[in-house]
Design a binder for this molecule. Sequence first.
Ligand code: HEC
Length: 291
Amino acid sequence: MNFFWKIILFFVVIRYGFFGLLFPWISQLAVGAPNLLPAPAAALSMYTWLMMVAIAIYILSSEERSVDFMSPVHQFLKPQTSLLKKGIQLVVMVTIPLFGGWSYFDSNSPKMVSPTAVRIQHPTMPGSFEDMENPMRHPTDEQVEEFIVEQKELAEEAADDEEMEPVNVPSNKKEGRLALIAKWTEEGAALYAVNCRPCHGMQADGVGPMAVGWRLQPANFRDPGTIATIVEEYAFWRVSKGGPGLPSASTPWDSAMPIWDLDLTEDERWKLLLGEYFLAGVGPRQTEKLE
Ligand code: HEC
């Protein structure tokens, strides 16, 4: 066997015989693993390159070895007389560049594969929203007192006017507070019907009449993976800043969710959340407190 083929054989035996076949088996024996332990591809490719460089240095460092190594190549490239040899020469000279070109094209051409990026539905909310709390869930004493006074006046009016429905007057502050939250929830639900229903649906199930138009479907608030899994200030951020407020981690499909702080006041947005959670029949997630 001439020097050229010895080198090729040496390379194949070490690279594929030893590292490809023997090494996984030896590693398995050494650590007693239940299956073969192949070398990591990155380490293997690094080792392959090092091996090729070492072989090249070995060959090129001696005139004699360089001539020996190249002689079959020169032999092959010499003008041939027999038709068969000419044919083989032609096939090799055509296939090597074709193969090189094809593998380069194959590794660099764009491929039709679905994006691996997974959309992040709930990225971290901006810090400015973190310490917020829905004021509509905690009416102040003054608000409750004011509400009771209003209810009393309404009740007096209703007593004189037969066309008005009778009005309930809360008998104490506790009752007044609950009644006030109920009133705000109702107002929130009305805001929801006007602004959110087209996309999120009257049942808060994400299938409003406009929902079909979006690639990224409006959130279904009855699904436990949506508003039930986020704290209320998070929902407030999403309602206030909409799709454009989301970071790029929430692409590749951009959200059609509008920015509501342009159209609704802060109080309206908090009320809206009362209505939204009520309609969906779920509550916001409670912040875990460390005891
Ligand atoms: C033009 C259609 C559209 C309208 C109108 C709309 N939304 Fe959305 N909304 C979406 C889409 C689409 C998503 C899902 C993508 C996302 O998270 O941004 C969404 C998501 C949300 C989320 C995030 C839920 C979660 O768990 O991540 C909240 C909260 C929300 N909407 C509240 C509202 C409220 C409240 C209104 C009314 C004031 C409203 N939306 C009106 C389209 C809409």
